[in-house]
Design a protein around this ligand. Structure first.
Ligand SMILES: [Ca+2]
Ligand SMILES: [Ca+2]
Length: 92
């Protein structure tokens, strides 16, 4: 896995994999309860460099919030991770 923390171009974009998306989500779990509310998901999309974090948060919840409580629980997070990986963000 090519990771370049210095900000230099590595020649070609590297897509984030599931482990990296999970790491970013965990960093955005502000209250460390392993449940992601709208605010925390939006923060994650902002970290990912999304141009439309509010819309992505809405769509992420639409895809992954199976019980419709407005939060992504530990059981639901796999679906959210797959959704985010599917968007194809690249390592910055
Ligand atoms: Ca949380
Ligand atoms: Ca839920």
């Amino acid at each position: 896995m090519v990771r370049d923390h210095s900000g230099h171009a590595t020649g070609h974009p590297v897509r984030l994999d599931e482990a990296q998306v999970i790491k970013i989500l965990k960093e955005c779990d502000i209250n460390h309860d392993n449940v992601y509310n709208k605010q925390e998901i939006k923060k994650a999309f902002e970290s990912l460099g999304s141009k439309w974090p509010t819309i992505r948060t809405y769509l992420g919840l639409f895809h992954a919030d199976a019980n419709g409580d407005g939060c992504i629980s530990e059981k639901e997070v796999d679906t959210l991770v797959k959704y985010i990986v599917g968007i194809g963000y690249t390592v910055k």
